[in-house]
Design a protein around this ligand. Structure first.
Ligand SMILES: Cc1ncc(COP(=O)(O)O)c(C=O)c1O
Length: 406
């Protein structure tokens, strides 16, 4: 599968310029086909056996873990399917035993979901949160290092920042956290699916990632990666019934056994699945997610990464030619598939967003801690024509503005 072939899986690109995967991506045709087939099956129970259909749906959902593991070079046992990034981050925060006076490091560019669980813990337990300020949109490892004290237990960070696309040096941060004995928790929803992340090369304790952005899945199914070392050191969430090791003879036979009792000793699965909610789950979400991730794996995440970075080079160049200010730090080592630019003030940015939307060029407007602007997301299905059109419409808008004020 080549990048050019992949674009054919997104028919909606024929009548719009979609540069907004950092918000909610378009799913590929293969995912929506699978979803339709799933709904037909759920509506008709073709097997004539609802119990069996339930088990089949569990098995089909479970198949999503393998492509996710492949994408980040993890073991399947390290992957738990989750509703969202937020869900994964909350479970992880809850699992780490913290006491009054323990400290957590968070940066000031973060999306709210990264901070909220720690703020709740601060209210409940009396932990402290140390906030590392960005430097003109950059998060420096030396600043994080300086914020770590003897009481620091956790660094929680987005590997790519949602508002300006800053890609943090996760290798250096991983080394730092291991040296200092601190848990490293990453929110990688703005990275995984576009920019490679290999957990063998870059050990991270836990990574939360929703499915609806760069993984191009429909809503309500993402994943949580948990390293074995992390799982061994923390308290897992309360178990759901599917966290139990499957009884001998399988679940179907188990539930048909007259003598079963609910209160007994259970053996829980010794892997990340233990962290899943563990009841009847979001089957369509997982089935479609597996398809979307399968497409990324077929192309190869390395090729996707090269493609999106080339597009962002072209984008930065094209926007600079229009005279707009690039907010995203320009050093390529910290660049991702997101580029943010500004016309200088919020009002002008809102007006340009509106102008672009009217011409079917989709981007978003995002800020945190006064850093942000128009956020452009370049995914595997985008091409240079998309970028050219964005730059052309932006230039047109600026010339109209100049005429109106000139
Ligand atoms: C960095 C980051 N984390 C988390 C989220 C929320 O993701 P979810 O809806 O999967 O919890 C977003 C969404 O914009 C995000 O940009």
């Amino acid at each position: 599968m080549t990048i050019d072939d992949a674009r054919k899986e997104f028919p909606a690109l024929q009548n719009q310029v979609f540069l907004d995967s950092a918000c909610v991506s378009l799913p590929p045709q293969r995912a929506t086909d699978k979803l339709r087939a799933f709904l037909d099956m759920a509506a008709s129970c073709p097997s004539g056996n609802a119990s069996q259909q339930h088990l089949d749906m569990d098995a089909r959902r479970s198949a999503a873990r393998a492509p996710l593991a492949k994408l980040i070079n993890a073991g399947e046992d390290d992957i738990a399917l989750m509703e969202s990034t937020t869900h994964g981050l909350s479970l992880v925060a809850d699992a780490i035993p913290l006491q009054r006076g323990d400290r957590v490091v968070v940066c000031d560019l973060e999306f709210v979901a990264v901070a909220i669980p720690w703020v709740q813990k601060r209210q409940e337990t009396g932990i402290e949160i140390d906030i590392v300020p960005n430097r003109n949109g950059q998060l420096l490892i030396e600043d994080i290092d300086a914020a770590i004290t003897a009481r620091t237990r956790v660094v929680a960070i987005s590997s790519v920042q949602w508002n300006n696309g800053f890609l943090c040096d996760l290798d250096a941060l991983s080394r730092l956290c291991r040296e200092r004995g601190v848990f490293l928790i990453a929110d990688a929803i703005q990275q995984i699916g576009a920019i490679p992340l290999d957990v063998q090369k870059t050990p991270v304790d836990a990574i939360a990632c929703g499915g609806h952005k760069w993984l191009m899945a429909p809503f309500g199914c993402g994943f949580l990666y948990l390293s074995k070392e992390f799982r061994d050191r923390v308290k897992p969430p309360l178990a759901g019934y599917l966290s139990e090791v499957e009884p001998e003879g399988g679940w179907a036979a188990y539930f048909e056994t007259p003598t079963i009792k609910p209160v007994r000793d259970y053996d829980f699965v010794p892997n990340a699945r233990r962290w899943e909610i563990g009841g009847t789950a979001n089957y369509p979400g997982a089935i479609a997610l597996a398809e979307s991730v399968g497409l990324i794996n077929e192309i190869g995440i390395g090729k996707v990464g090269e493609h999106v970075l080339c597009l962002t080079d072209y984008l930065i160049d094209s926007l600079q030619q229009q005279g707009v200010e690039i907010v995203t730090p320009l050093d390529r080592r910290n660049r991702s598939s997101i580029v943010t630019f500004t016309l200088g003030d919020v009002k002008k940015n809102v007006a340009l967003l509106d102008y672009l939307q009217q011409r079917k060029v989709l981007v978003s407007l995002r800020y945190t801690s006064s850093i942000g602007g128009l956020r452009v997301a370049c995914h595997l299905f985008n091409n240079r024509e998309d970028i050219g059109r964005l730059a052309e419409v932006t230039g047109e808008f600026l010339r109209r503005g100049a005429k109106a004020t000139g």
